[in-house]
Structures are given as structure tokens and as C-alpha cells.
Design a protein around this ligand. Sequence first.
Ligand code: A2P
Length: 351
Amino acid sequence: MYNVAIAGATGAVGEELLRVLEEYNFPVKKLVPLASARSVGKEVEFKGKNLKVKELTCEVFEEEEIDIAFFSAGGSVSAKFAPCAAAAGAVVIDNTSHFRMDPDVPLVVPEVNPEDIVYWKKKGIIANPNCSTIQMVISLAPLHKEFGIKRVDVATYQAVSGAGKKGMEELIEQMRALFNFKLDKKVEEREVFPWQIALNVIPHIDKFMDEGWTREELKMVNETNKIMHTNIEVAPTCVRVPVLRSHSEAITIYCEKPVSVERAREVLANFEDVKVIDNPQKNEYPMPVIATDTDYVYVGRIRKDLYEDNVLHFFNVADQLRVGAATNAVRIGLKWIEMEGESFLKDKYGK
Ligand code: A2P
């Protein structure tokens, strides 16, 4: 059993982590919820008990003898406090982008590259990839093995909860104002998204970088290849849509071998944590309302290109707060326990 901390326990991903740890029966000896000083005294629920939130400090990990620390309180918070947790002898599973491209930090999707977990000791940190990347690589991995992917073109349709609780509130407030014919004022007050998000789509997530690409898009390019150990060309367009939860992606893959829809359906359906919903005659395909609150990547609309033999198109949807964040982190934790747990406890506690 392990002493577990959640840094960012009051946030959108933190709350989901509490739920997923409970559902997966994670071997928790003690759970310590951590957040900013603003939240001290607030309570969160875990396994039917109310736990008081403590302030995230550098010292808390040693004081509470934390073994596993999940971080989802933003990149700058991880930059400051994750090294403290690692120095106090915990393994950090970090949900932010801060350490993802660090060559000494493994970037892990347990269905795709569980073997990279062994490198956790280099810094005591394992990084959880970007939500859009996780659901994409889970569907690319079996197709890459089958057809040899050379290039991926992807357009995302990302839910507002990707921007945290404040993102959800901004959409709901704008929808409410819209129905009261007072949207203009609410749009002026917006904080999270660069434009009105209610009844709109915004082709802009995170900062603009060089040559017109956004940081979110470049995360998908770099992280995909780090996880899959490939040099695939990836060209994403990341778009925010007025959906509360679950990201969707329209994906085109260019392969070395000719593709087959039947074979694609088969290898996807046989892959861990993927469900194929692909029955156009019955209007059956993946959508956010199907994926929300589940732990699967749903794939459908699988079809061959009209012109090229080696090009395949499909649509994928997953609950990004779970598959793209909390569940992936918990799955990393469980895999880490399976691979490293025994020797970790022996080294730390001599048992
Ligand atoms: P708090 O609620 O005290 O602000 P979300 O992604 O939904 O916006 O949640 C962010 C999470 O990260 C919250 O739990 C938030 O705590 C926490 N957090 C944000 N900034 C800090 C900080 N400087 N120190 C500790 N926790 C922080």
C-alpha cells in the first residue's frame, strides 16, 4: 500500500483523479489532497470520507511520507514542486507539459509504451502526455503496427474542460447569457478563451509559436513521436468547440502499405482500451456524449481514401479528463507498481 498525494486536488483533473483512484481500487494507504493556500480547509471526498485539503509546499511530501504524487496544478506549479516530491522519495506522475520533452523523463501511455516506465528513476518523474496526444496515439499504435504510418493529418475538436473548471464555467455563463439576450456583456467579461466560445469554434489553443503553429499543435507533433519512438510527420490543427467534455479528432493516416478498412477495424477492436463504433447505416459512430465518463477511445467513420490506396481516414473520441488525464495517470501508477513497486518499497522502507 502507498501514501498518495494529489497536487491540484480541487481542480477538474484532480477531482477526476480522486474518482478514478477509487474506481480502480488503487492501493492507497493514505490520501493527501493538496492545492493552493486558497483551498486550505476545503474538503474533498475519497472512498466515502471527507479529507481536508492541505497547502502544497515543498515540505509536505516529506512530512506526509508520500510515495506516489500525482500533479495536475499547472506547469509552473509542477516545475516548482515536483522536484521537491521526487527529492522526498516519491515517484511523481505529472499531468502538465513541463517535463514531457525532458530526455530524462519518460512520457508514457501504458497501452503504447509501458516499457519506458523503467526510466522513472532518472528524475523520479513520469510525464503524462497531452490529452489530445493520448487518445490519438492509442488509436495510431495498432494501425502503425499493421500499415506503417508515415504521416498523420489531424483536426481536433476540443472540449472546454481541457481549460479546467474555469473553461467549463465560461461556456455555461455565456450560454446562460445567450438565452437571456445578454451575451455581449458576458463575452466582454471572458477570461479563458480568446473569443466567445458559446455557439462558436476557435481554431486557437494555447500560444501561437513560430510559423503559425500553436503550442498545443506542436505538443501533438513532438509527444506522439516520443511515445511511439517514431519519426512520423504529424500536422495538427487544434480547435476549441463548445462541448463540455470529451475531445474528438478527425484523423488521416498516410501509410507505407495499402490499407484495408476491415483489417483496421479488427486491429483497433483488438487493441487495449479501444472500442470501434462504426456502423454508418445505423447512424452509429463515436461522439462526446458516448465517450464522456468512460475509459475508452472510441473509433469510427473508418474509410479508405477516395484516391490513394495507402491512406485511411477515421474519427476518434475520448473523455479527455479521464483517458487524456486522470485515467492515464492512474494506469501509469498501476503499471509502475507492477513493475517497480516491490523494489521501491524495499529500498524506501526495507520491506
Ligand atoms: P485551487 O483550487 O486552490 O486554486 P483547474 O485545472 O480546474 O483550473 O485546477 C487547477 C488546480 O491546481 C486546482 O486544484 C488549484 O487549486 C491548483 N493550483 C493552482 N495554482 C496552484 C498553486 N500555485 N499552488 C498549488 N495549487 C495550485
